[in-house]
Design a protein around this ligand. Structure first.
Ligand SMILES: Cc1cc2nc3c(=O)[nH]c(=O)nc-3n(C[C@H](O)[C@H](O)[C@H](O)COP(=O)(O)OP(=O)(O)OC[C@H]3O[C@@H](n4cnc5c(N)ncnc54)[C@H](O)[C@@H]3O)c2cc1C
Length: 404
């Protein structure tokens, strides 16, 4: 039995490992000069390998097609991932939010142990070789053609990743191979990325990080996301943990009427906030409004809040009316911005969309269209929130594809 695994990312590597462990001849083809180029930049170079959680929690963090993932996640759980890496020589640790990292904090160590494990098992690793096509005859895979060779194969695993961060080698080739073989590719959208905002007053806030705020996102009047945490303003709009999570829930929407609403003081009710303003204004009766909000807000936000309130910035605190205070309170509880678009694939952590899972057997990752054709990792229409869930998807689907 000859197996060709296309793509030396996490899903391809783990797949090749188990495929070889089962006694099959395995060729792993990677077009880059080294394995795991994207893996190297994961977790800001520290690689958040997985999330140390139970399967139900895991599935709750999967955005697209969690049901499809059920059997592969049970077959290879986050605990199995940790045990696997420990068994090939990588010590791990668990951090805040159950995020698992290598003890060394180095993604390069993850790649090193995977490469060593593959080499010691005798996987034939081909670097600097690009797969150009996968051929089938009578609905059965037969051959993989590269820029340098042709390989006869009775099993081919497409593990070529998505199209985000294309500089790492994930350029969407697998979608073309699959389409040519009769598979459907669902709409591809960047996910886990920043938001470009409409207008330009956000530009004044560039570089501002907001901690412990609540971000709510609405489509028309319907709120579909609300969470407390951290976000930041950039030259294009907003980014940071809250925004990345919100982006994953925004990918499939039309961007006509998406509003971001930031509650700058989520710990206070509007009434409490009004009292707080009243107290601050009473203490500094003769101060101008523009000099009176420093204790409540980061400096960079004050001009924008005052501009949007329509109150003269030089107005003294003791002249501010009840109505004007109500306007300030409402801005502090709901500072709104309109979404223009999502940032592009060049910056997205993950691709939303991919090979339709309806055409893939969830227990084996084998194509229902072409016999002997398998898929693993991000090339499939699967994606999850940040926290190690996306790499776990790569490991679980890679394991299942290689263990059949
Ligand atoms: C900046 C960043 C940070 C991230 N951090 C994390 C994190 O900390 N935790 C987490 O869980 N997820 C993280 N992710 C997501 C994670 O990296 C992906 O989910 C994961 O890499 C997908 O693995 P994969 O094997 O499916 O695809 P990839 O890692 O994209 O690997 C696919 C491989 O196939 C090769 N290839 C493609 N076409 C061909 C061809 N024609 N011939 C030969 N080879 C080919 C590519 O060169 C590539 O090496 C991050 C992503 C980014 C961009």
């Amino acid at each position: 039995m000859k197996t060709v695994v296309i793509g030396g990312g996490p899903s391809g590597m783990i797949c090749a490992y188990y495929e070889r462990l089962n006694g099959n001849d395995v060729v792993l083809i990677e077009k880059n000069e080294k394995l795991g180029k994207k893996l190297y930049i994961t977790g800001k170079g520290r690689c958040n390998l997985t999330n140390d959680c139970d399967v139900q929690t895991f599935l709750a963090n999967v955005v697209s097609n969690p049901k499809f993932l059920m059997s592969s996640i049970y077959a290879f759980t986050p605990t199995d991932t940790v045990n696997f890496f420990e068994s090939i020589g990588l010590k791990t640790k668990v951090e805040r939010g159950n995020r698992v990292f290598p003890l060394s904090d180095k993604s390069s160590d993850v790649i090193k142990v995977l490469k060593n494990a593959l080499e010691s098992l005798g996987v034939d690793i081909k670097l600097n070789e690009t797969v150009l096509d996968v051929l089938a005859s009578d609905s059965k895979v037969t051959m993989v053609k590269t820029d340098l060779n042709s390989y006869d194969a009775n099993k081919v695993v497409i593990a070529t990743g998505g199209i985000s961060y294309p500089s790492t080698g994930s350029t969407g080739d697998g979608y073309h191979f699959a389409k040519n073989l009769g598979h459907t590719v669902t709409k591809l959208t960047p996910s886990l990325c920043g938001f470009n905002l409409k207008g330009d007053d956000y530009k004044e806030l560039q570089g501002l990080t907001l901690k412990n705020v609540n971000l709510a996102v609405k489509d028309g009047n319907k709120e579909y996301y609300s969470e407390q945490g951290e976000m930041l303003f950039t030259h294009f709009g907003v980014s940071g943990p809250l925004v990345l999570t919100a982006s994953a829930l925004t990918t499939k929407r039309s961007f006509n009427d998406i509003t971001l609403s930031i509650d700058l003081k989520p710990a206070l009710t509007s009434k409490e906030l009004d009292k707080r303003l009243l107290r601050d204004f009473e203490i500094n009766k003769n101060k101008a409004l523009k000099n009176s909000l420093d204790l409540l807000l980061p400096k960079a936000l004050i001009p924008l809040i005052i501009k949007r309130s329509g109150i003269n910035e030089y107005k003294k605190n003791n002249e501010i009316t009840v109505k004007e205070r109500a306007v300030l309170v409402s801005l502090l509880k709901s500072l709104e911005f309109k979404l223009e678009t999502l940032r592009g694939f060049n910056e997205a952590v993950i691709t939303n969309g991919g090979i339709s899972v309806k055409e893939v057997n969830p227990s084996t990752m084998e194509s229902k269209v072409v016999k002997g054709l398998y898929f693993a990792g991000e090339v499939l229409d699967l994606d999850a929130f940040t926290g190690g869930f996306n790499l776990q998807i790569a490991f679980s689907t890679g394991y299942v594809a290689g263990n059949n």
